[in-house]
Design a protein around this ligand. Structure first.
Ligand SMILES: Cc1cc2nc3c(=O)[nH]c(=O)nc-3n(C[C@H](O)[C@H](O)[C@H](O)COP(=O)(O)OP(=O)(O)OC[C@H]3O[C@@H](n4cnc5c(N)ncnc54)[C@H](O)[C@@H]3O)c2cc1C
Length: 412
Protein backbone atom coordinates (compact mmCIF):
# COMPACT_ATOMS: atom_id res chain seq x y z
CA UNK A 1 0.00 0.00 0.00
CA UNK A 2 2.82 2.43 0.66
CA UNK A 3 3.51 2.63 -3.06
CA UNK A 4 0.10 4.14 -3.69
CA UNK A 5 -0.28 7.84 -4.06
CA UNK A 6 -3.33 9.56 -2.71
CA UNK A 7 -4.47 10.45 -6.22
CA UNK A 8 -4.52 6.83 -7.32
CA UNK A 9 -6.28 5.79 -4.16
CA UNK A 10 -8.88 8.49 -4.60
CA UNK A 11 -9.61 7.63 -8.24
CA UNK A 12 -10.05 4.04 -7.31
CA UNK A 13 -12.52 5.01 -4.67
CA UNK A 14 -14.47 7.01 -7.19
CA UNK A 15 -14.44 4.16 -9.66
CA UNK A 16 -15.67 1.78 -7.05
CA UNK A 17 -18.55 3.94 -5.96
CA UNK A 18 -20.80 3.51 -9.02
CA UNK A 19 -20.79 -0.28 -8.91
CA UNK A 20 -21.70 -0.54 -5.25
CA UNK A 21 -25.30 -1.02 -4.27
CA UNK A 22 -27.06 1.88 -2.67
CA UNK A 23 -27.49 1.57 1.07
CA UNK A 24 -29.31 3.31 3.80
CA UNK A 25 -28.26 6.57 5.35
CA UNK A 26 -27.65 6.44 9.07
CA UNK A 27 -27.75 8.98 11.83
CA UNK A 28 -25.15 9.11 14.59
CA UNK A 29 -27.52 7.34 16.94
CA UNK A 30 -27.77 4.48 14.50
CA UNK A 31 -24.07 3.72 14.59
CA UNK A 32 -24.37 0.99 17.17
CA UNK A 33 -27.68 -0.34 15.77
CA UNK A 34 -27.49 -0.32 11.95
CA UNK A 35 -30.96 0.06 10.44
CA UNK A 36 -32.37 -2.42 7.91
CA UNK A 37 -31.78 -1.59 4.27
CA UNK A 38 -34.54 0.55 2.76
CA UNK A 39 -36.52 -0.67 -0.25
CA UNK A 40 -35.55 2.15 -2.62
CA UNK A 41 -32.23 3.52 -3.85
CA UNK A 42 -30.35 5.87 -1.54
CA UNK A 43 -27.18 7.86 -2.03
CA UNK A 44 -23.91 5.98 -2.09
CA UNK A 45 -22.34 6.37 1.27
CA UNK A 46 -18.72 6.86 2.14
CA UNK A 47 -17.35 7.38 5.54
CA UNK A 48 -14.13 8.92 6.68
CA UNK A 49 -13.81 7.92 10.30
CA UNK A 50 -12.48 11.17 11.68
CA UNK A 51 -10.21 13.81 10.30
CA UNK A 52 -10.77 13.43 6.61
CA UNK A 53 -10.00 17.12 6.76
CA UNK A 54 -6.48 18.17 7.45
CA UNK A 55 -3.42 19.80 6.00
CA UNK A 56 -2.81 16.44 4.39
CA UNK A 57 -4.14 14.56 1.41
CA UNK A 58 -6.84 13.04 3.59
CA UNK A 59 -8.78 16.25 3.02
CA UNK A 60 -9.14 15.44 -0.64
CA UNK A 61 -12.00 12.93 -0.87
CA UNK A 62 -14.79 15.27 -0.03
CA UNK A 63 -13.50 17.88 -2.45
CA UNK A 64 -13.48 15.37 -5.28
CA UNK A 65 -16.49 13.23 -4.83
CA UNK A 66 -18.63 15.00 -7.42
CA UNK A 67 -18.32 13.45 -10.88
CA UNK A 68 -18.94 9.71 -10.27
CA UNK A 69 -21.96 8.20 -12.02
CA UNK A 70 -24.12 5.52 -10.43
CA UNK A 71 -25.07 2.37 -12.34
CA UNK A 72 -26.57 -0.13 -9.95
CA UNK A 73 -30.04 1.31 -9.50
CA UNK A 74 -30.23 4.02 -12.12
CA UNK A 75 -27.70 5.03 -14.77
CA UNK A 76 -28.30 8.69 -13.93
CA UNK A 77 -28.05 8.34 -10.18
CA UNK A 78 -24.84 9.95 -8.98
CA UNK A 79 -25.82 10.72 -5.42
CA UNK A 80 -23.03 10.55 -2.86
CA UNK A 81 -23.15 10.97 0.87
CA UNK A 82 -20.04 11.37 3.03
CA UNK A 83 -20.17 11.10 6.83
CA UNK A 84 -17.14 12.20 8.83
CA UNK A 85 -16.81 10.98 12.40
CA UNK A 86 -14.32 12.88 14.55
CA UNK A 87 -14.78 12.86 18.28
CA UNK A 88 -12.90 16.16 18.57
CA UNK A 89 -14.33 17.96 15.55
CA UNK A 90 -12.47 19.46 12.58
CA UNK A 91 -8.74 19.84 13.30
CA UNK A 92 -9.13 18.14 16.66
CA UNK A 93 -6.05 15.91 16.19
CA UNK A 94 -2.39 16.36 15.31
CA UNK A 95 -3.28 18.16 12.05
CA UNK A 96 -4.84 21.06 13.92
CA UNK A 97 -1.87 21.31 16.28
CA UNK A 98 1.04 21.17 13.83
CA UNK A 99 3.26 24.15 13.07
CA UNK A 100 1.84 25.06 9.66
CA UNK A 101 5.07 25.57 7.69
CA UNK A 102 4.26 24.47 4.15
CA UNK A 103 6.88 23.67 1.48
CA UNK A 104 7.75 20.61 -0.64
CA UNK A 105 11.26 20.00 0.77
CA UNK A 106 12.88 17.94 3.53
CA UNK A 107 14.79 19.79 6.30
CA UNK A 108 17.85 19.31 4.06
CA UNK A 109 15.90 21.07 1.26
CA UNK A 110 15.69 17.88 -0.80
CA UNK A 111 12.51 17.69 -2.86
CA UNK A 112 10.09 15.28 -1.12
CA UNK A 113 8.89 12.11 -2.85
CA UNK A 114 6.16 13.22 -5.32
CA UNK A 115 6.82 16.73 -4.00
CA UNK A 116 5.78 18.48 -7.23
CA UNK A 117 2.35 16.83 -7.22
CA UNK A 118 1.90 17.39 -3.51
CA UNK A 119 2.76 21.07 -3.86
CA UNK A 120 0.29 21.59 -6.69
CA UNK A 121 -2.48 19.73 -4.83
CA UNK A 122 -1.77 21.68 -1.65
CA UNK A 123 -2.05 24.99 -3.50
CA UNK A 124 -5.40 23.90 -4.98
CA UNK A 125 -6.70 22.95 -1.53
CA UNK A 126 -5.46 26.22 -0.04
CA UNK A 127 -7.27 28.17 -2.77
CA UNK A 128 -10.49 26.30 -1.95
CA UNK A 129 -10.02 26.99 1.77
CA UNK A 130 -9.23 30.67 1.18
CA UNK A 131 -12.28 31.07 -1.02
CA UNK A 132 -14.54 29.48 1.61
CA UNK A 133 -12.93 31.51 4.39
CA UNK A 134 -13.36 34.75 2.43
CA UNK A 135 -17.10 34.31 2.32
CA UNK A 136 -17.53 33.49 6.01
CA UNK A 137 -15.06 35.77 7.81
CA UNK A 138 -15.04 39.56 7.97
CA UNK A 139 -11.97 41.37 6.65
CA UNK A 140 -11.41 43.21 9.89
CA UNK A 141 -9.49 40.40 11.62
CA UNK A 142 -5.96 41.20 12.76
CA UNK A 143 -2.89 39.73 11.03
CA UNK A 144 -2.56 37.25 13.89
CA UNK A 145 -5.86 35.68 12.77
CA UNK A 146 -4.82 35.06 9.15
CA UNK A 147 -5.43 31.76 7.41
CA UNK A 148 -2.13 32.03 5.49
CA UNK A 149 1.02 34.10 5.97
CA UNK A 150 2.94 34.43 2.70
CA UNK A 151 6.32 35.32 4.16
CA UNK A 152 8.55 32.50 2.80
CA UNK A 153 10.93 30.36 4.84
CA UNK A 154 14.69 30.67 5.42
CA UNK A 155 16.88 27.64 6.22
CA UNK A 156 20.32 28.55 7.69
CA UNK A 157 22.60 25.52 8.25
CA UNK A 158 24.07 25.07 11.74
CA UNK A 159 26.60 22.29 11.06
CA UNK A 160 29.28 21.83 8.41
CA UNK A 161 27.63 18.62 7.23
CA UNK A 162 24.22 20.31 6.83
CA UNK A 163 25.86 23.24 4.99
CA UNK A 164 27.44 20.88 2.43
CA UNK A 165 24.17 18.98 1.86
CA UNK A 166 22.16 22.20 1.53
CA UNK A 167 24.59 23.57 -1.07
CA UNK A 168 24.19 20.39 -3.09
CA UNK A 169 20.39 20.13 -2.79
CA UNK A 170 19.72 23.79 -3.57
CA UNK A 171 20.74 23.06 -7.20
CA UNK A 172 17.60 20.97 -7.77
CA UNK A 173 14.39 22.75 -6.97
CA UNK A 174 10.82 23.12 -8.18
CA UNK A 175 10.03 26.06 -10.43
CA UNK A 176 6.75 26.51 -8.53
CA UNK A 177 8.59 26.72 -5.19
CA UNK A 178 12.09 27.89 -6.00
CA UNK A 179 15.15 27.88 -3.72
CA UNK A 180 17.55 30.82 -3.54
CA UNK A 181 21.00 30.95 -1.97
CA UNK A 182 21.39 34.07 0.20
CA UNK A 183 24.69 35.34 1.60
CA UNK A 184 24.59 36.49 5.24
CA UNK A 185 23.96 40.15 4.34
CA UNK A 186 20.97 39.29 2.17
CA UNK A 187 19.67 36.82 4.78
CA UNK A 188 19.94 39.45 7.52
CA UNK A 189 18.20 42.05 5.36
CA UNK A 190 15.35 39.60 5.09
CA UNK A 191 15.37 38.70 8.80
CA UNK A 192 17.12 41.34 10.93
CA UNK A 193 18.95 39.55 13.74
CA UNK A 194 19.24 36.20 11.94
CA UNK A 195 22.45 34.23 12.66
CA UNK A 196 24.07 32.44 9.73
CA UNK A 197 26.94 30.37 11.21
CA UNK A 198 28.08 29.26 7.72
CA UNK A 199 27.55 32.68 6.09
CA UNK A 200 24.64 31.61 3.92
CA UNK A 201 21.03 30.49 4.10
CA UNK A 202 18.60 28.86 1.67
CA UNK A 203 15.48 30.93 1.01
CA UNK A 204 12.13 29.54 -0.17
CA UNK A 205 10.25 32.72 -1.17
CA UNK A 206 6.99 30.94 -2.04
CA UNK A 207 6.84 28.70 1.04
CA UNK A 208 3.91 29.42 3.33
CA UNK A 209 2.86 29.41 6.91
CA UNK A 210 -0.74 28.45 7.57
CA UNK A 211 -2.98 28.40 10.62
CA UNK A 212 -3.73 24.65 10.50
CA UNK A 213 -6.94 24.61 12.50
CA UNK A 214 -8.41 27.55 10.65
CA UNK A 215 -7.34 26.02 7.33
CA UNK A 216 -9.05 22.71 8.16
CA UNK A 217 -12.23 24.44 9.20
CA UNK A 218 -12.24 26.50 5.99
CA UNK A 219 -11.59 23.35 3.97
CA UNK A 220 -14.56 21.68 5.60
CA UNK A 221 -16.73 24.68 4.66
CA UNK A 222 -15.36 24.38 1.10
CA UNK A 223 -16.44 20.74 1.03
CA UNK A 224 -19.92 21.65 2.22
CA UNK A 225 -20.19 24.46 -0.35
CA UNK A 226 -19.09 22.11 -3.12
CA UNK A 227 -21.65 19.51 -2.06
CA UNK A 228 -24.39 22.17 -2.03
CA UNK A 229 -23.43 23.49 -5.46
CA UNK A 230 -23.30 19.99 -6.92
CA UNK A 231 -26.73 19.10 -5.59
CA UNK A 232 -28.78 21.13 -8.08
CA UNK A 233 -30.64 18.02 -9.34
CA UNK A 234 -32.17 15.39 -7.03
CA UNK A 235 -30.22 12.68 -8.89
CA UNK A 236 -26.98 14.58 -8.35
CA UNK A 237 -27.31 15.07 -4.62
CA UNK A 238 -24.09 15.19 -2.62
CA UNK A 239 -23.95 15.61 1.11
CA UNK A 240 -21.18 15.79 3.64
CA UNK A 241 -21.85 15.63 7.36
CA UNK A 242 -19.63 15.86 10.40
CA UNK A 243 -20.48 13.91 13.54
CA UNK A 244 -18.57 14.69 16.72
CA UNK A 245 -18.64 11.11 17.85
CA UNK A 246 -16.26 8.36 18.93
CA UNK A 247 -16.01 5.26 16.73
CA UNK A 248 -15.49 2.13 18.85
CA UNK A 249 -14.84 -0.39 16.10
CA UNK A 250 -15.21 -1.04 12.37
CA UNK A 251 -17.54 -3.99 12.66
CA UNK A 252 -20.59 -1.82 13.41
CA UNK A 253 -20.03 0.37 10.35
CA UNK A 254 -19.91 -2.35 7.71
CA UNK A 255 -23.66 -2.62 7.14
CA UNK A 256 -24.14 1.11 6.74
CA UNK A 257 -21.61 2.18 4.12
CA UNK A 258 -20.22 1.27 0.71
CA UNK A 259 -16.74 2.43 1.78
CA UNK A 260 -15.12 3.34 5.04
CA UNK A 261 -11.93 5.40 4.95
CA UNK A 262 -10.01 5.20 8.21
CA UNK A 263 -7.92 8.28 8.94
CA UNK A 264 -7.64 8.33 12.71
CA UNK A 265 -4.01 9.42 12.79
CA UNK A 266 -2.07 7.84 15.65
CA UNK A 267 -5.29 6.35 17.03
CA UNK A 268 -5.94 4.08 14.04
CA UNK A 269 -4.18 1.35 16.05
CA UNK A 270 -6.72 1.79 18.86
CA UNK A 271 -9.46 0.19 16.74
CA UNK A 272 -9.67 -3.42 17.94
CA UNK A 273 -9.57 -4.72 14.35
CA UNK A 274 -6.28 -2.91 13.66
CA UNK A 275 -4.49 -3.37 17.00
CA UNK A 276 -0.85 -4.42 16.38
CA UNK A 277 -1.45 -4.68 12.62
CA UNK A 278 -0.16 -1.33 11.36
CA UNK A 279 3.54 -0.43 11.07
CA UNK A 280 3.13 2.93 12.84
CA UNK A 281 5.14 4.28 15.79
CA UNK A 282 3.63 6.96 17.99
CA UNK A 283 5.50 10.13 18.90
CA UNK A 284 4.15 13.04 20.96
CA UNK A 285 5.19 16.56 19.98
CA UNK A 286 4.94 19.87 21.86
CA UNK A 287 4.94 23.33 20.26
CA UNK A 288 5.55 26.49 22.30
CA UNK A 289 3.92 29.79 21.41
CA UNK A 290 5.67 33.09 22.16
CA UNK A 291 4.57 36.72 21.88
CA UNK A 292 6.33 40.07 21.92
CA UNK A 293 5.53 41.88 25.18
CA UNK A 294 3.21 44.86 24.75
CA UNK A 295 6.04 47.16 25.90
CA UNK A 296 8.19 46.21 22.89
CA UNK A 297 7.58 48.64 20.07
CA UNK A 298 9.53 46.89 17.32
CA UNK A 299 7.53 44.12 15.60
CA UNK A 300 8.46 41.18 13.37
CA UNK A 301 8.20 42.53 9.84
CA UNK A 302 5.44 41.16 7.59
CA UNK A 303 8.06 40.62 4.84
CA UNK A 304 10.44 38.69 7.13
CA UNK A 305 10.46 34.93 6.58
CA UNK A 306 9.83 32.10 9.03
CA UNK A 307 12.88 30.05 10.00
CA UNK A 308 13.63 26.35 9.60
CA UNK A 309 16.55 25.07 11.64
CA UNK A 310 17.23 22.58 14.46
CA UNK A 311 13.96 24.01 15.77
CA UNK A 312 11.55 25.86 13.48
CA UNK A 313 10.09 29.29 14.12
CA UNK A 314 6.74 29.82 12.37
CA UNK A 315 6.00 33.54 12.59
CA UNK A 316 2.32 34.36 12.33
CA UNK A 317 1.35 37.97 12.86
CA UNK A 318 3.91 40.65 13.78
CA UNK A 319 3.91 39.65 17.46
CA UNK A 320 3.28 35.89 17.51
CA UNK A 321 5.54 32.92 16.80
CA UNK A 322 5.19 29.14 17.24
CA UNK A 323 8.38 27.21 17.95
CA UNK A 324 8.56 23.47 17.50
CA UNK A 325 8.79 20.78 18.08
CA UNK A 326 9.75 18.07 20.54
CA UNK A 327 9.86 14.34 19.81
CA UNK A 328 8.67 12.03 22.58
CA UNK A 329 8.84 8.59 21.03
CA UNK A 330 6.51 5.78 22.15
CA UNK A 331 4.32 8.24 24.10
CA UNK A 332 0.64 7.45 23.72
CA UNK A 333 -0.50 10.69 25.32
CA UNK A 334 -2.66 12.29 22.62
CA UNK A 335 -4.02 15.11 24.78
CA UNK A 336 -3.67 18.61 23.36
CA UNK A 337 -3.34 19.91 26.91
CA UNK A 338 0.22 20.48 28.12
CA UNK A 339 1.05 20.55 31.86
CA UNK A 340 3.32 23.27 33.29
CA UNK A 341 6.04 20.69 33.77
CA UNK A 342 5.80 19.44 30.17
CA UNK A 343 5.79 23.06 28.91
CA UNK A 344 8.94 23.82 30.86
CA UNK A 345 10.74 20.75 29.51
CA UNK A 346 9.72 21.70 25.96
CA UNK A 347 10.90 25.31 26.38
CA UNK A 348 14.24 24.13 27.77
CA UNK A 349 14.69 21.95 24.71
CA UNK A 350 13.42 24.36 22.05
CA UNK A 351 14.71 27.77 23.13
CA UNK A 352 18.47 27.02 22.82
CA UNK A 353 17.87 25.67 19.30
CA UNK A 354 15.80 28.74 18.34
CA UNK A 355 18.34 31.16 19.89
CA UNK A 356 21.12 29.54 17.84
CA UNK A 357 19.68 31.10 14.69
CA UNK A 358 17.49 33.89 16.10
CA UNK A 359 18.95 35.23 19.39
CA UNK A 360 16.28 37.97 19.55
CA UNK A 361 13.81 35.28 20.63
CA UNK A 362 15.01 36.03 24.18
CA UNK A 363 12.90 39.23 24.00
CA UNK A 364 9.71 37.24 23.40
CA UNK A 365 7.52 35.85 26.19
CA UNK A 366 6.26 32.28 26.41
CA UNK A 367 2.46 32.30 26.23
CA UNK A 368 1.22 28.70 25.96
CA UNK A 369 2.06 25.25 24.61
CA UNK A 370 0.03 22.84 22.56
CA UNK A 371 0.65 19.18 21.74
CA UNK A 372 -0.47 16.23 19.68
CA UNK A 373 0.55 12.75 18.70
CA UNK A 374 2.12 11.71 15.41
CA UNK A 375 1.81 8.29 13.74
CA UNK A 376 5.19 7.71 12.11
CA UNK A 377 5.37 5.24 9.19
CA UNK A 378 8.51 3.19 8.42
CA UNK A 379 11.46 4.98 6.81
CA UNK A 380 12.08 3.96 3.18
CA UNK A 381 14.70 5.05 0.63
CA UNK A 382 12.12 7.65 -0.50
CA UNK A 383 11.58 8.98 3.03
CA UNK A 384 8.71 8.26 5.45
CA UNK A 385 5.81 7.59 3.12
CA UNK A 386 2.13 7.60 4.09
CA UNK A 387 0.29 4.27 4.28
CA UNK A 388 -2.59 4.21 1.84
CA UNK A 389 -4.59 1.25 0.64
CA UNK A 390 -7.41 -1.27 0.94
CA UNK A 391 -7.65 -3.17 4.24
CA UNK A 392 -10.10 -5.87 3.21
CA UNK A 393 -7.50 -8.70 3.08
CA UNK A 394 -5.93 -7.57 6.35
CA UNK A 395 -9.34 -7.53 8.05
CA UNK A 396 -10.60 -10.70 6.37
CA UNK A 397 -13.57 -8.55 5.35
CA UNK A 398 -16.39 -10.35 3.54
CA UNK A 399 -19.01 -7.61 3.70
CA UNK A 400 -20.04 -5.38 0.77
CA UNK A 401 -18.32 -2.48 2.44
CA UNK A 402 -14.71 -1.74 1.46
CA UNK A 403 -12.31 -0.53 4.13
CA UNK A 404 -9.46 1.85 3.30
CA UNK A 405 -6.66 3.28 5.37
CA UNK A 406 -5.08 6.71 4.99
CA UNK A 407 -2.46 6.92 7.72
CA UNK A 408 1.10 7.67 8.71
CA UNK A 409 0.69 11.16 7.31
CA UNK A 410 2.79 14.21 7.90
CA UNK A 411 1.12 17.57 8.34
CA UNK A 412 2.09 18.42 4.79
C1 LIG B 1 3.61 18.98 17.58
C2 LIG B 1 3.53 18.39 16.22
C3 LIG B 1 4.33 18.88 15.20
C4 LIG B 1 4.29 18.34 13.93
N1 LIG B 1 5.07 18.87 12.96
C5 LIG B 1 5.03 18.34 11.73
C6 LIG B 1 5.83 18.88 10.69
O1 LIG B 1 6.58 19.83 10.90
N2 LIG B 1 5.78 18.32 9.46
C7 LIG B 1 4.98 17.25 9.19
O2 LIG B 1 4.92 16.80 8.07
N3 LIG B 1 4.18 16.71 10.16
C8 LIG B 1 4.21 17.23 11.42
N4 LIG B 1 3.44 16.69 12.40
C9 LIG B 1 2.67 15.48 12.12
C10 LIG B 1 1.32 15.75 11.51
O3 LIG B 1 0.70 16.85 12.11
C11 LIG B 1 0.42 14.55 11.68
O4 LIG B 1 1.13 13.37 11.44
C12 LIG B 1 -0.75 14.62 10.71
O5 LIG B 1 -1.40 15.85 10.87
C13 LIG B 1 -1.68 13.48 10.98
O6 LIG B 1 -2.88 13.69 10.28
P1 LIG B 1 -4.05 12.63 10.42
O7 LIG B 1 -5.22 13.18 9.69
O8 LIG B 1 -3.53 11.29 10.01
O9 LIG B 1 -4.32 12.53 12.00
P2 LIG B 1 -4.98 13.58 12.99
O10 LIG B 1 -4.83 14.97 12.52
O11 LIG B 1 -4.46 13.24 14.36
O12 LIG B 1 -6.52 13.24 12.91
C14 LIG B 1 -7.07 12.11 13.52
C15 LIG B 1 -8.44 12.45 14.06
O13 LIG B 1 -9.10 11.28 14.44
C16 LIG B 1 -9.90 11.56 15.55
N5 LIG B 1 -10.10 10.27 16.23
C17 LIG B 1 -9.16 9.43 16.68
N6 LIG B 1 -9.73 8.30 17.15
C18 LIG B 1 -11.06 8.43 16.97
C19 LIG B 1 -12.17 7.57 17.22
N7 LIG B 1 -12.02 6.34 17.71
N8 LIG B 1 -13.41 8.01 16.90
C20 LIG B 1 -13.59 9.25 16.35
N9 LIG B 1 -12.58 10.09 16.08
C21 LIG B 1 -11.31 9.68 16.39
C22 LIG B 1 -9.13 12.56 16.37
O14 LIG B 1 -10.00 13.34 17.13
C23 LIG B 1 -8.42 13.36 15.28
O15 LIG B 1 -9.09 14.58 14.99
C24 LIG B 1 3.44 17.24 13.67
C25 LIG B 1 2.62 16.75 14.68
C26 LIG B 1 2.64 17.32 15.95
C27 LIG B 1 1.75 16.79 17.01
Amino acid sequence: PERWTWTRCCRRLLLLLPILSPISPSTPGELSHPPPRPPRPRPRRQEGTAAALCATPSSAPALRVSPSRGTSSSPRDSRVSVDIYDENGVGGGASGVSGGLLHPYSPKVKLLWRGAEFWKESMDLLRSAEQANGTSVSNTTSQDDNLIWRRGIVRPPTTEKAAAILLENVQKCLESCSLQLLDSDAAQRLIPGLCTPFDFAVYMPLALNINPKKYLQALFSACQNLADEASSLPSEQKEIKLYKQHVDNLHLLAGNYDSVIICLGAKACSLPELANKLPLRTCRGVIAEFQLPSTTVEEYDSQSASILSDAWLAFQGPRTVSIGSTWQWISENDSSTVSDEESLTAIEELLPKASGVYPRISKWDFVRARAGIRAMPPLTTNGSLPLLGCLDDLLGNKSNCTFWLVGGLGAR
